[in-house]
Design a protein around this ligand. Structure first.
Ligand code: ATP
Length: 246
């Protein structure tokens, strides 16, 4: 079966000279949770940005390879075109609008699809069923909420755009272990119940391989290993170099 996302041999260059991705290929099946793993600077964020066409702002470009979503070449589509097709990115560092309330932040996610008030109200309810914490904090200004709540708000905002696939960059970053579990549990729930497909970048291999179905390990812009999450968890090299057990 054709994967939902098919990245084939992409190279990415920043500032015309710095070759950062050196031929990355990966597939994300519809309904999957796929993890992109690897250390600092391995190329995870760059891969996500290539898919969501957010490299230009960073003076980066895809110079080789193809990116197909549902069989369509998407390299020349703008980020709003992609959102319209159901591809939504949640950036690293939880980009919430600090001066807006949680609920206002969530509502900004619905604007791109021109939803009616009734639809927005229904979708807000849906987001609040997955993130009850956000409901209790709905009128709080995002700047005064916790890191975990801001991460949830960023994911909730992506959901308001009715995504088919969410690109999630380092969801665990800066969060306490218990909150990380809470966030990943919700990701798992959204995947199971709302049929949202996830491609997530994570330095926290342990947590990512606990929840993902499949993983790709990047090193210096290349995929050095990939496999079912369970097989990766049991692989001796992965244990030694990425899981901190040997
Ligand atoms: P991190 O977890 O630190 O975000 P990462 O695996 O996501 O790591 P990237 O952010 O994709 O890695 O970075 C890959 C490489 O590209 C790094 O060497 C980084 O310094 C370089 N890089 C990233 N953004 C730019 C940019 N805008 N201009 C030049 N080089 C960049």
């Amino acid at each position: 079966m054709q994967p939902l996302l098919n990245v084939n041999g992409i190279e990415v260059i920043y500032n015309h000279v710095i070759l950062v991705l050196k031929g990355v290929s990966l597939q994300v099946p519809e309904g999957g949770i796929v993890a992109l793993l690897g250390g600092n600077g391995a190329g995870k964020t760059t891969t996500l940005r290539a898919v969501s066409n957010l490299l230009k702002g960073e003076r980066g470009e895809v110079t080789k390879g193809t990116i197909e979503y549902r069989g369509e070449r998407i390299q020349n589509l703008t980020p709003p075109d992609l959102v319209e097709r159901g591809v939504v990115q949640v950036m690293e560092g939880r980009r919430c609008f600090a001066h807006l309330s949680i609920e206002e932040n969530l509502m900004t996610g619905a604007y791109t699809r021109g939803a009616s008030r009734a639809e927005i109200a229904r979708d807000l309810d849906m987001v609040y069923t997955y993130f009850p914490r956000l409901k209790t904090r709905r009128t709080s200004q995002a700047a005064y909420t916790s890191g975990g709540e801001q991460q949830m708000c960023a994911i909730g905002r992506a959901l308001m755009a009715k995504p088919r696939m969410v690109l999630l960059d380092e969801p665990s970053m800066g969060l306490a272990p218990q909150i990380v579990e809470e966030v990943f549990n919700i990701v798992q729930d959204l995947n199971a119940k709302e049929k949202v497909t996830f491609l997530l970048a994570e330095q926290n291999t342990n947590i990512a391989l606990k929840y993902a179905h499949y993983g790709y390990i990047l090193e210096s812009g290349r995929v050095v290993m990939d496999g079912e999450a369970k097989a990766l968890r049991e692989n001796e090299d992965v244990k030694e170099f990425y899981l901190g057990v040997s």
